[in-house]
Design a protein around this ligand. Sequence first.
Ligand code: DGL
Length: 355
Amino acid sequence: MKRYSMCALVICVALSYPFASYAGDALPRIVVLATGGTIAGVGATATTTVGYAAAKIGVEGLVSAVPELSGIARVSGEQVMQVASENMTPGDWLALAKKVNRLLARDDVDGIVITHGTDTLEETAYFLNLTVRNSKSVVITGSMRPSTAISADGPMNLYNAVLLAGSAGAQGKGVLVALNDQISAAREVTKTNTTALDTFKTPGMGFLGYITGGQAHFYRATTKRHTSQSEFDIMKLEALPEVHIVYGYAGANSFMLDAAVGKGAAGMVNAGTGDGSMSDVMKAAYREARQKGVIVVRSSRTGSGFVARNGEAKDDEYDFVVAGNLNPQKARILLMLALTKTKDTKEIQRIFMEY
Ligand code: DGL
């Protein structure tokens, strides 16, 4: 990977505008949408892998640093935002989903790659998995080392993501996350390590496949609804309902829950201990929230496994919803979208079992 001197960086930032770099006519037409993150990051030295500046290099700089892309796709790029992904918002998700839907509706676009910070990559991926109404490929990638680092992982991650997006196997599989040669489903993938290159895993579910030797190899596909099978249409939505998460732990009290409900949250997700458990104190507070019309979803802080109805709480009696095996941050996203369609808890439970 070319290391960016500051002057090169200035050129890259200045050139981060919609551009096209075409190669052979038969190659897939892939649009790279850049949003920021470490893959666009710059460190003070080649050994800086923490404490660098994320979201500095523009899409032109990312793509031009991987000239091999022209051998596998006709790549065009657009800088849709330039943020560290901890600053992503539901409003950004909506804007990105609308752009992706509009681009994929075009006959001259075969697939999309999104470069993204890794901190909330899984959330954007799942939101798009539920709202992109097209079976063409959407692949999200990022990196754990900034572009200026020795053995930066961004360039190969970008190459593999474009290769995957242009592959037949990627069509119709839902939004895919590709880093470190591994292919994951947007629904289950999660960041599991603060700094490791293989941070993205799908606990208990495994990868969908691998990208190796210049080929994408798939071994399974998700059975849950996504993309073209989704019932969620966000094209006319301007905002999403407020849904927040409260973490469960020994001695938790209802301060945060009460505050969120007091601020008008439409839904609350319990990041519960074990099988989505709530302490008696929290259970009473969640029941009170439910009686005020707030939808309550039980998820788990454990990171894997299935939260079943009427296990650690009387969900039928309390009128709670269970998240199945969605982690709290994914359950929040699905509840936000469910609430754009219904407040009926039986309907919402159906949605949680189908997506
Ligand atoms: N600030 C973090 C983000 O943009 C850096 C992590 C990364 O992109 O790998 O998500």
